[in-house]
Design a protein around this ligand. Structure first.
Ligand code: NDP
Ligand code: GDR
Length: 387
């Protein structure tokens, strides 16, 4: 089709990149993605969309590259001539950014500049619209709630500071060069393909494994912080809507509801029929399983594991424990977004609420862990090259 739109997605192998790619392909786009060279395959999340490179007229094309490599980015953008760029690539883990601050600044901050500058130097400012993956982490230390497009920023991590540079350089290129460059200030969004070290997925994996007796307990960081969680499937639609507007602008994407980590753990447990009670509100807080709803547990997890859980309940086993190694040097205590602008201007409406999100994640993780347990029971452990 001659009038097919062309999108270039950095971070295509990540959570949002995968959902966005699927969404844009369904809309008839040709999608080009930036993937990093890795010593093992890193395309799990988009393998179902893969097209054989020997087939002509592919709709999905992957390019090796990195946000830290200007020439590589410039060459790809020149080749692809995209109508829309979604800059989703980033070192996106807040805690890890304290360990890798310089790299995070380079990839997340200067990486954004490299893309904007490539578009400008290639004379694509009229043609190419740019979406920058900005974040609620910009709000950091609470100045006011709910946080909206006009709430002052106070970043609290090397990640957030790098993203603050990216936010403002996007605004600056829009104003200086009249570019269609916009920020989506997205609050936390999760899904069954969320990275395993972010808190929600860590919890849904752990609850599934504990229910299936594959794991005894889970060690967590700060249980009191509050997050405004939505579903990635809803949030990538907002990214697309932002680039369909006549005028570039910045938008908060959020649900407007905030929840503690502690309550998220309780909700995830409940999806497996487990009631989790916390013993205290302090740093060495421990959570134990208080009871089991046998109907839910058997339906979702499987009858054969029920006796094990009952034994744990009888001994009041602790299944959650706080380990300070997961604390951050500076924490973001409270995030709650005001999505009024995105709802009124973009007409964005999320389909999932937090309960729907937790259900989706738990269903998927229970299934994954059941598969693992089944393989283990059959003597097929995880593939080990050195055995
Ligand atoms: P992920 O961590 O799941 O994905 C990050 C992607 O960036 C991966 O494809 C990763 O590649 C790629 N990447 C990392 N470093 C580089 C680099 N130097 N060069 C090229 N690619 C790189 O993040 P999400 O999908 O959750 O988030 C997408 C974007 O949105 C990120 O920028 C994140 O900071 C931001 N954001 C996320 C929110 C959320 O709640 N999910 C909220 C607000 C903003 P690889 O697969 O090889 O690691
Ligand atoms: P966040 O997400 O830092 O908000 O950044 P994360 O899920 O890592 O942490 C959320 C909150 O949970 C607390 N927490 C733990 N976090 C992790 N990862 N592991 C734990 O064991 C744990 N225990 C408690 C954290 O301290 C924090 O308060 C995410 C990323 O996707 C960013 O890229 C994005 O910009 C923001 O969301 C919006």
């Amino acid at each position: 089709m001659a009038n097919q739109k062309v999108a270039f997605i950095t971070g295509i192998t990540g959570q949002d990149g995968a959902y966005l790619t699927e969404f844009l392909l369904k809309k008839g786009y040709i999608v080009h993605g930036l993937k990093r060279r890795s010593s093992m395959f890193n395309t799990d999340r988009i393998d179902h969309l893969y097209q054989d490179p020997h087939v002509e007229n592919r709709n999905l094309v992957l390019h090796y590259g990195d946000l830290t490599d200007s020439m590589n980015l410039t060459r790809i953008i020149q080749e692809v001539q995209p109508d829309e760029i979604y800059n989703l690539a980033a070192m996106s883990h807040v805690k890890v950014s304290f360990d890798t601050p310089e790299y995070t600044a380079n990839a997340d901050g200067i990486g954004t500049l490299r893309i904007l500058e490539a578009v400008r130097l290639l004379g694509l400012t009229e043609k190419t619209r740019i979406y920058q993956a900005s974040t609620s982490e910009l709000y950091g230390l609470v100045q006011a709630v709910p946080q909206s497009e006009t709430t002052p920023f106070y970043p609290r991590s090397p990640y957030a500071v790098a993203k603050m540079y990216a936010y403002w350089i996007t605004v600056n290129y829009r104003e200086a060069y009249n570019m269609h460059a916009s920020n989506g200030i997205l609050f936390n969004h999760e899904s069954p393909v969320r990275g395993e070290t972010f808190v929600t997925r860590k919890v849904t994996r752990a609850m599934s494994r504990i229910a299936l007796s594959m794991q005894e307990k889970v060690y967590m960081g700060n249980l009191s912080s509050k997050r405004d969680w939505g579903h990635a499937k809803d949030y990538i639609k907002a990214m697309h809507l932002i680039l369909q507007q006549d005028q570039p602008d910045d938008y908060v994407i959020a649900t407007g509801i905030t929840t503690t980590i502690r309550d998220f753990i309780k909700m995830a447990g409940a999806e497996a029929g487990l009631e989790i009670i916390f013993k205290g509100e302090d740093a060495d807080e421990k959570g134990y399983i208080a009871s089991v709803d046998e109907n839910i547990f058997c339906e979702k997890v499987g009858e054969q594991y029920l006796a094990n859980i009952k034994e744990k309940i009888a001994s009041q086993s602790e299944i959650v424990e706080v380990d300070p190694q997961y604390f951050r040097p500076t924490e973001v205590d409270l995030l709650i977004g005001d999505p009024t602008k995105s709802k009124t201007v973009l007409g964005w409406e999320p389909e999932y609420d937090l309960k729907g999100l937790v259900e989706d994640m738990m269903q998927s993780d229970i299934k994954l862990m059941q598969k693992d347990a089944y393989l283990k029971a059959g003597g097929y452990q995880t593939l080990n090259y050195f055995e």
